[in-house]
Ligand binder design. Structure first.
Ligand SMILES: Cc1cc2nc3c(=O)[nH]c(=O)nc-3n(C[C@H](O)[C@H](O)[C@H](O)COP(=O)(O)OP(=O)(O)OC[C@H]3O[C@@H](n4cnc5c(N)ncnc54)[C@H](O)[C@@H]3O)c2cc1C
Length: 557
């Protein structure tokens, strides 16, 4: 016997797209139920930087930045080509700023446009800042104890694995821009001044990044009467007369038939943790150990919709990123920005570079596959190790080698000469020695004649501006030398259910399946195989969550 539950809108998953849809639909007068498979709400969205790519926003205008939907369309179209319909791209560029305005006026969500350049900053229509938006710091105490049910940020997103930091603060610490020590001190002091928070435990209530985004959305949804069930996986979709009518949900292990009068929105992430689906669709080699996303995204919603005849697209693509996989650690660590710092090279087995290290992370992942370089190795010296963090390594000034966790020590190769380092890592010694010598010449001239590292505006954004003449290239020469293996991992897959411009799921003949919407990584990305700027996964997830909710509540044609 199963229980029954009746609502207007059933939303499967509780990431940022799901909660944006929930707030919007509830604002439009609908009764909303969100079901979440795990015992935590927020999904990978809560673990993320919370950055969203929103062109032509009011926030940007306030910062004096000029932008338009037309320029954003040109940029996206130039990069994505015909992989995605013009209607979807157009809907995105027009609805994204509308979605952000809606949230800022009707919820606790607050963003600031930041000078983060688009990833392909030299392309037509690209901007050198202010499309990417960073969540403003939010006081988690306002959420009460429910805050502790939100998925936590991974340690790599916290200063010293403990202190929360906004995206601009994180950049300041990484690139050591003037004033970074004072900012770090303020962040640390804020942590210890929250006495009540400290009595409750280690977790900071100064919410930043993905926790600020999800926390504000959660609170707004709760205030609007949205119901959220944890430990409640959707098992299958239900349909009658060609229309999706609800789903079978296992609430705390008990089968519950949820009837959704208006629609079901699938927002259950991608399939990055499903080893069989990865092997079937993604380039090889591949492994679920290489994803930085949370473990419950295994393609449930994609598979349930395919059973009803839904069409999929872009299944061979992921939001690629080089990762460090520390065996025994729960999640791989994405190397988002450290690759732009001066004083490292990334090489293949022959000890040779194969790409610009500072490439946007999706392109870096592509490059590893194209060069057949899996794993690749990052190599740096003691000067780099002392100054900068890299993946699981805090900067040596704060975390000397002897204080590194045992599993990290085991993975890190260290030697007194480049030749010995190559031998220990299984790389060609002659090749690596040549590469370092060549890198050191580039460090002097400031010009990387092989792969143009540091040429683009984006490369320089995460470089060290104090390092002259090129903020992304420095001499490698101070022993001991270090190497770490890198794998082409991901922060989620980007293939999924094909949707129209209203986020409705399409069937094999490209006709919308009545009552069924998909957003976020459950849907095939509006970005095609590209990543046009920081926030290009969450921006569309939230925008199409907003679009779907407006459409099903009759507030959109
Ligand atoms: C460290 C890190 C930093 C990142 N930073 C950024 C950033 O700054 N900007 C950006 O745009 N992107 C960023 N990303 C990527 C971004 O977080 C993801 O692409 C995005 O969160 C995907 O959203 P989603 O809603 O599709 O999935 P999720 O946020 O993962 O939500 C899916 C939810 O569905 C649940 N679920 C799965 N199956 C079921 C089921 N059967 N029933 C019910 N619930 C189910 C899951 O448990 C999960 O909670 C980052 C990722 C990582 C790992």
């Amino acid at each position: 016997m199963s229980d029954t539950y009746d609502t207007d809108v059933l939303i499967v998953g509780s990431g940022a797209g799901a909660l944006t849809a929930a707030v919007t639909a509830a604002h439009g007068g609908a009764r909303v139920l969100v079901v979440e498979k795990s015992d935590r709400y927020g999904g990978t969205s809560a673990m993320s930087g919370g950055g969203i790519w929103i062109p032509a926003s009011e926030n940007a205008r306030r910062r004096g930045a000029e932008d338009s939907a037309e320029e954003a369309f040109l940029y996206m179209k130039t990069m994505i080509g015909d992989q995605v319909s013009d209607q979807r791209i157009r809907t995105f560029v027009e609805a994204a700023p509308e979605m952000l305005d809606f949230l800022q006026q009707n919820s606790h969500v607050r963003y600031e446009a930041i000078p983060y350049p688009d990833y392909y900053s030299e392309q037509p229509g690209a901007k050198r800042g202010y499309r990417t938006q960073s969540p403003r710091v939010f006081n988690g105490a306002k959420i009460g104890d429910d805050m502790y049910d939100m998925r936590e940020q991974p340690p790599g997103a916290l200063a010293q694995g403990r202190y929360t930091m906004s995206i601009p603060e994180a950049r300041k610490f990484l690139t050591q821009t003037p004033g970074w020590r004072l900012t770090l001190l303020k962040v640390v002091i804020a942590y210890y001044l929250d006495m009540r928070g400290r009595l409750k435990g280690r977790r900071s209530r100064r919410l930043t990044q993905g926790n600020a985004l999800v926390g504000t959305l959660y609170l707004s949804a709760k205030e609007r009467g949205v119901e959220l069930w944890l430990n409640a996986p959707m098992v299958s979709l239900e349909s009658a007369d060609g229309r999706v009518t609800g789903a079978l949900v296992e609430k705390n292990g008990h089968a519950t038939r949820v009837e959704a009068k208006k629609a079901v929105i699938l927002a259950a992430g991608g399939f990055e943790n499903n080893e069989a689906m990865r092997r079937q669709s993604l380039p090889k080699p591949t492994s679920a150990d290489w994803t930085a996303s949370q473990e419950h995204n295994v393609g449930d919603a994609i598979n349930a919709a395919v059973k009803l005849g839904a069409k999929t697209d872009l299944m061979q693509h992921a939001w690629w990123i080089p990762v460090v996989h520390v065996p025994g650690w729960p999640r791989a660590m994405g190397i988002f920005a450290e690759r732009s710092l001066p004083g490292l090279v990334i090489v293949n087995k022959a000890g040779r570079r194969f790409a610009n290290e500072a490439l946007p992370y999706l392109e870096s992942g592509h490059a590893m596959y194209e060069a057949g370089s899996v794993p690749s190795w990052v190599v740096f010296d003691s000067a780099f190790r002392r100054k900068y963090p890299f993946g699981p390594l805090g900067p040596g000034w704060a975390t000397p080698d002897e204080y590194l966790p045992g599993k990290v020590k085991k993975l890190l190769v260290k030697a007194n000469t480049v030749g010995e380092l190559a031998a220990s890592a299984g790389l060609d010694a002659g090749g690596l020695e040549d590469t370092i010598e060549r890198n050191n010449r580039f460090a002097e001239t400031g010009v990387d004649t092989d792969f143009h590292r540091g040429d683009s505006y984006y490369d320089q954004y995460y470089g060290d501006s104090r390092n002259k003449p090129n903020p992304c290239i420095a001499r490698i020469g101070e022993p001991p030398f270090y190497a770490l293996p890198l794998h082409p991992g991901d922060i989620g897959t980007k293939g999924g259910l094909l949707t129209d411009e209203n986020a409705r799921v399409l069937d094999q003949s490209d006709t919308p399946i009545a009552g069924l919407y998909a957003i976020g990584n459950t849907s095939a990305s509006v970005m095609g195989d590209k990543y046009v700027g920081a926030g290009a996964t969450l921006g569309p997830a939230m925008t199409f969550g907003y679009v779907a909710a407006r459409h099903l509540t009759g507030n959109r044609k």
